[in-house]
Design a protein around this ligand. Structure first.
Ligand SMILES: NC(=O)C1=CN([C@@H]2O[C@H](COP(=O)(O)OP(=O)(O)OC[C@H]3O[C@@H](n4cnc5c(N)ncnc54)[C@H](OP(=O)(O)O)[C@@H]3O)[C@@H](O)[C@H]2O)[C@@H](O)CC1
Ligand SMILES: [K+]
Length: 504
């Protein structure tokens, strides 16, 4: 599923109109009818519905929705916010069609009369503003929106909750808090941002018949990675393959203070499908994890105060390397990482403390001939970028693209909507996973799963997307079936992965 910016949406509309002959009023008819069908799943014939219509094409959708629902016997009233003359173009055409069917509408005059009208309604359909919103709500929307937000009625927004901008990095003041949003054709970026997504409530996208030629042809676009993508791309295991064909991986990390993370990464890598796994860490950690990672082999590394001080002793001939988890933040970290990046002739995944070491070495990363993958959470990413966490979260798509292309790395920015970005600026958003993952160890498990994935016969971008999907879906499956978001542990994900594999 494509994710679009407001500009991409307008370009697609224009393309449909100018190149394909799908005129604007036809698109609006398609949109209104598709939205009405989706709304029917959310309301009953007993509901008293009020449709709020703004001056732009989002309002125009409202007239089509109203006509469609009225024709099907629903109780609907329409309140048009602007004056009659202000409604122009396709929206006006559809108001005229609506009237030609013999249906009437009210005109907004004051919030008091809106209060009287809305007090009898059980459902409000928000067609006030769509992707054309600019800046903070102006009068009278700045009074209408807070009024709607304090009603008990169910609020269903059309395309996006009015007031919320489509794009990232756009400030806004006040917006409809929807219970449900019916998105027109493609979700907009704001459906995947931490500060705007909650306004949408649950959402669903409806097809209005737009051609996707333009979006399929974009080389820097963004999409949602779905189960069907996983099913289509996860390599099947060849019947005559052997353990070497499934990847020989190396995990470097752990310290006496943090032996657990490297244990989880290693077990997750094995469970996710790595053929052979070696763990390079300090001797004391090996004695701790040997019994829980029985399938692995070990390389004891030189240590100082319980931390790895040298990678001497590792012969680099692996299909993939993960470094950083539980390693600790110390001066030698940078030298260790630098050596690993220079000597590994395979993808290197850098996580956790490895990311702190990376900061001093960024400029050289781009010259690597093999893929480099970073898996930061927002705090680590903000640190790498020298911006604050709120600044990063305002524009995670922008910052990830900028960083990935500048340093030639694959970025897996972890969060409620984990975002995968390639060095050539392609992006995928993940909607699997839940708040049960907000716990120590989840990231270590993800690193292990990703390590296993990059060693399978698939491109790095497929590997990362499939790995993130497996991780998030396992959390979803476990919290649906056996666990809650309170008790879910990172180690449960390792054991639960087999369940997810069996669903695909
Ligand atoms: N063919 C198509 O394109 C299709 C489009 N479709 C639908 O159209 C929607 C996009 O339509 P759109 O471009 O007319 O924008 P939309 O948001 O409805 O209105 C913008 C107007 O609102 C105003 N306004 C702006 N900011 C404001 C503020 N802060 N506070 C107050 N007022 C503000 C501003 O007017 P102004 O006051 O500046 O004169 C501006 O003119 C899209 O989301 C989808 O639902 C579908 O039907 C499929 C076919
Ligand atoms: K809306």
């Amino acid at each position: 599923m494509h994710i679009v910016t407001a500009k991409e949406m307008y370009d697609t509309d224009r393309y449909a109109m100018e190149e394909m002959g799908l005129q604007g009023h036809l698109l609006m008819e398609n949109a209104g009818r598709a939205v009405a069908t989706a709304i029917k799943d959310q309301v009953s014939e007993e509901d008293q519905i009020l449709i709020l219509v703004g001056k732009g094409n989002n309002g125009g959708d409202g007239f089509v929705i109203a006509r469609t629902l009225l024709q099907q016997g629903y109780s609907v009233e329409v309140l048009q916010i602007p004056n009659d003359e202000e409604v122009q173009g396709d929206a006006r055409t559809h108001r005229e069609i609506y009237e030609a069917f013999g249906y009437g509408y009210r005109r907004f005059d004051s919030v008091d009369s809106l209060a009287t009208l809305s007090s009898r309604k059980t459902v409000i359909i928000d067609c006030l503003l769509g992707i054309g919103v600019k800046g903070p709500l102006r009068s009278p929307y700045d009074e209408i929106v807070p009024h709607v937000n304090q009603l008990d009625a169910k609020v269903i927004s059309v395309d996006l909750p009015s007031g919320v901008p489509a794009d990232e990095g756009v400030s806004f003041e006040g917006a409809i808090q929807a219970d449900y949003t019916v998105v027109i054709q493609y979700p907009k970026t704001s459906a995947f941002l931490q500060h705007t997504a909650p306004y949408y409530g649950d959402w669903k996208a409806v097809d209005i018949g737009l051609p996707d030629h333009l979006l399929r042809g974009r080389n820097k676009g963004c999409s949602v990675w779905t189960k069907s993508d996983v099913v289509a791309s996860l390599p099947e295991r060849e019947p005559f393959s052997h353990k070497g064909s499934h990847g020989k991986g190396l995990v470097i990390g752990g310290s006496i203070q943090m032996p657990g993370s490297v244990t989880m990464t290693s077990r997750a890598a094995l469970r996710a499908g790595a053929g052979l796994l070696t763990v390079a860490t300090v001797s004391k950690v090996i004695s701790i994890l040997a019994s829980s990672v029985t399938e692995a082999t070990f390389i004891p590394l030189e240590e100082q105060e319980g931390r790895i001080s040298s990678v001497e002793g590792i012969e680099f001939g692996y299909d993939g390397v993960a470094i950083g988890m539980g390693m600790g933040r110390h001066r030698e970290g940078k030298e260790l990482l630098e050596k690993v990046l220079k000597l590994s002739e395979s993808p290197v995944l850098i996580d956790a403390d490895g990311l702190y070491a990376l900061k001093g070495y960024l400029s050289e990363v781009k010259s690597r001939s093999y893929p480099t993958i970073i898996t930061p959470h927002p705090g680590e990413m903000a640190h790498l970028l020298d911006v604050s966490i709120p600044e990063l979260l305002e524009k995670p798509f922008h910052y990830s693209r900028q960083f990935a292309s500048r340093y030639g790395v694959h970025v897996v920015l972890k969060g409620a909507f984990t975002l995968v970005t390639t060095p050539d600026e392609k992006q995928w958003v993940h909607t699997t996973g839940n708040v049960g993952l907000a716990k120590g160890g989840s990231g270590d498990v993800l690193a292990g799963m990703l390590l296993a994935m990059v060693m399978q016969p698939q491109t790095v971008e497929l590997a990362l997307n499939n790995g993130v999907w497996l991780h998030g879906s396992t959390a979803d499956l476990l919290t649906e079936q056996a666990h809650s978001t309170y008790d879910l542990l990172a180690t449960d994900l390792i054991d639960g992965l087999s369940k997810t594999y069996r669903t695909i």
